[in-house]
Design a protein around this ligand. Structure first.
Ligand SMILES: *Cc1c(COP(=O)(O)O)cnc(C)c1O
Length: 469
C-alpha cells in the first residue's frame, strides 16, 4: 500500500516513510491511495482472534513494508495484559438504553490514546533500527497526548522524548503521571507559559529545517497516520464483540476533538465494516458539530476556545478533518488544496452543497454536550447502572442517547477513565473517582521535570545538549 497527500503533490510513499514524517511536503496529510475492503466471510473468520492477532491482520493492510511475523510480534508486545488493565485489552461493557461502552482506556495512562501510542512505541524503534538512525520526539501537551507518548516511548532504544507542558496548568494527577517517569530518554520540560505558547515553541523548532534535520526531530501528534491505522482495529474489535453474525449493524459514538478517533471509525466503515452511524460528540467547542449541522467549517481562534470540564476536547481546529474532507470530495486533491487556501484567507469554507450526504452516505450525525449535560449524565449513568464514566465519555453518552435505534447496538467510546478527571466526578457525585489499583500513591512518587523560560532559545539549547545522537 502506498500513501499520497490530501493536497496532491506527494510522490506515493510506503508506510515507513510516512511514519516518520509529520505533514506531507505540500502541507497536506498522508492518506492511503486506495482502501482495502474486508469481505463478510473474512470478517466472520476474525471472531476468534485475540486483540493482538486482529491488530496484526488489519495493520497488515496498511504496513506492507514490514514482515507480517514482525508485525504480530509488535502488536503482541504493544497489546499485552501487563500494560493494559484488561486480559482482552478492550472490553465491551453494557450500559443501558441500548448503549454499551467500548473500553479503550485501560492502558497505562488511562486514556484511549495509549492504544495508538503503544503501537508507535513498538514500530518507531523497529524502523529506526532498520534504518540505523535515531529520533528525538518533540511535542507540547496539556495532558493526555504527552503522557501517552512518554509511557509508550520510555526506555525504548533510539528514541528520546522532549515534552513541553505549561508550568502549573495541569491537574496534579496529570503532572504526577508524566513527571514521575525516571527514564533517561524522557525529558519533561515545564515552560512558564500557557499551552498555546508551548505549542508555538514546538512549531518554531520543527519549522527550523536545519535544526530539525541536525537533531532528527519527529512528532507523534494526532495527524500521524500510524495512530489512525492502529485505532481502526478497535472499531472492528467492537463490532465483532457486539454482533453474533454477518452484516449486523452497529453504531459508534465518539467524543471528538481533533477528529482522529472518529476518522478511524470512518475508515473502518469504508473498509466494509457494517457501521450504521458514526455519532460525533463535541463539548462547548462545537466546531465539528457545526460543520455536520450546517456544512460550514469555521475553526476558532485560541482566544475563542473555551476551557471546559472535558478539556481533551477543547480544540479550536480539528487537525485530522482534512482527511475526511478529502473523502467527501472523492479524492479531489486540487479542491482540498483550494479549500485550505480559502481557510487561511477567509477563516472558513462552505460545503453545504454536500450536507445531505453526511448522514446518508457517510453515516455521520453530531451533537453538543455542555458542562451541565456532562454532570447530569455522569450522575444518571451512575444511578441507573452503578458505572462511573469520565466527563469526555459522558459527552459521548449524552449525544449518543439521541441516536439509539432499536436492534442496533450503540457503542460509546470510553475515551478516558474517571480517575483522570476526578474534580469533575466530585462535582457530579460529591466524591472523587476511585483510583485504579497500583496508582493510589501516584502524587507522592518522586518527580523529574526541568523548568524552562517560555522561549524558543531555551528549549533549543536544552535539546542540543540532551538529544539522542
Ligand atoms: C484526545 C481525546 C479526545 C479527542 O480525540 P480526537 O481523536 O482528538 O478527536 C477525547 N477524549 C479524550 C479523553 C482524549 O484524550
Amino acid at each position: 500500500m502506498k500513501y499520497v497527500s490530501t493536497r496532491g503533490a506527494m510522490h506515493p510513499q510506503l508506510f515507513q516513510d510516512v511514519l516518520l514524517e509529520g505533514l506531507a511536503p505540500d502541507g497536506g496529510l498522508a492518506v492511503p491511495e486506495s482502501l482495502p475492503v474486508v469481505s463478510t466471510g473474512l470478517l466472520e473468520s476474525w471472531r476468534s482472534l485475540t486483540y493482538p492477532q486482529l491488530a496484526a491482520e488489519l495493520l497488515g493492510y496498511f504496513v506492507t513494508d514490514i514482515e507480517s511475523a514482525d508485525l504480530l510480534k509488535m502488536t503482541t508486545a504493544a497489546y499485552s495484559p501487563t500494560l493494559f488493565r484488561s486480559e482482552s485489552i478492550v472490553d465491551v461493557r453494557e450500559l443501558n438504553q441500548g448503549m454499551s461502552l467500548l473500553a479503550v482506556s485501560e492502558g497505562p495512562t488511562l486514556a484511549f490514546k495509549d492504544i495508538a501510542m503503544q503501537f508507535l512505541g513498538q514500530v518507531f524503534p523497529y524502523v529506526l533500527k532498520a534504518r540505523g538512525t535515531t529520533l528525538n520526539i518533540l511535542g507540547a501537551t496539556s495532558g493526555d497526548t504527552g503522557s501517552a507518548a512518554e509511557y509508550a516511548m520510555r526506555s525504548k532504544p533510539g528514541v528520546a522524548v522532549f515534552m513541553l507542558s505549561p508550568h502549573g496548568r495541569m491537574s496534579s494527577f496529570q503532572r504526577a503521571q508524566m513527571y514521575s517517569l525516571m527514564d533517561d530518554n524522557i525529558h519533561n520540560l515545564a515552560v512558564r507559559g500557557v499551552f498555546d505558547e508551548a505549542q508555538d515553541i514546538v512549531k518554531a523548532l520543527a519549522g527550523d529545517l536545519d535544526f530539525k534535520q541536525t537533531y532528527r526531530l519527529g512528532a507523534v501528534n494526532s495527524i500521524n497516520w500510524a495512530r489512525i491505522a492502529a485505532q481502526i482495529v478497535y472499531y472492528f474489535w467492537g463490532w465483532l464483540r457486539a454482533t453474533s453474525g454477518p452484516s449486523q449493524q452497529v453504531s459508534f459514538a465518539v467524543p471528538s476533538g481533533n477528529f482522529g478517533n472518529i476518522l478511524s471509525g470512518h475508515i473502518a466503515k469504508r473498509m466494509g465494516l457494517p457501521i450504521r452511524r458514526l455519532v460525533l460528540a463535541t463539548n462547548e467547542n462545537n466546531v465539528l458539530e457545526e460543520f455536520f449541522r450546517t456544512g460550514v467549517y469555521r475553526p476558532r481562534l485560541p482566544a475563542q476556545t473555551h476551557a471546559t470540564s472535558s478539556p481533551s476536547m477543547d480544540i479550536s481546529r480539528a487537525s485530522n478533518f482534512e482527511r475526511f474532507v478529502y473523502d467527501l470530495l472523492d479524492g479531489d486533491a486540487a479542491r482540498v488544496k483550494s479549500l485550505w487556501q480559502q481557510l487561511a484567507q477567509e477563516g472558513q469554507f462552505d460545503l453545504s452543497d454536500h450536507l445531505t450526504s453526511f448522514e446518508r452516505d457517510w453515516g455521520f450525525v453530531a451533537g453538543v454536550s455542555s458542562h451541565d449535560n456532562r454532570l447530569a449524565t455522569i450522575r444518571r449513568v451512575f444511578d441507573e447502572t452503578g458505572m462511573l464514566i469520565d466527563p469526555h465519555t459522558a459527552d459521548g453518552v449524552k449525544v449518543a442517547a439521541q441516536y439509539v435505534e432499536s436492534g442496533i447496538p450503540m457503542l460509546v467510546l470510553e475515551t478516558a477513565l474517571p480517575a483522570k478527571f476526578s474534580e469533575t466526578i466530585e462535582q457530579a457525585l460529591g466524591r472523587p473517582a476511585p483510583r485504579p489499583p497500583g496508582l493510589e500513591d501516584l502524587e507522592s512518587r518522586p518527580q523529574r521535570v526541568v523548568e524552562l523560560p517560555c522561549d524558543v532559545a531555551s528549549v533549543r539549547d536544552y535539546i542540543k545538549e540532551h538529544a539522542k545522537v
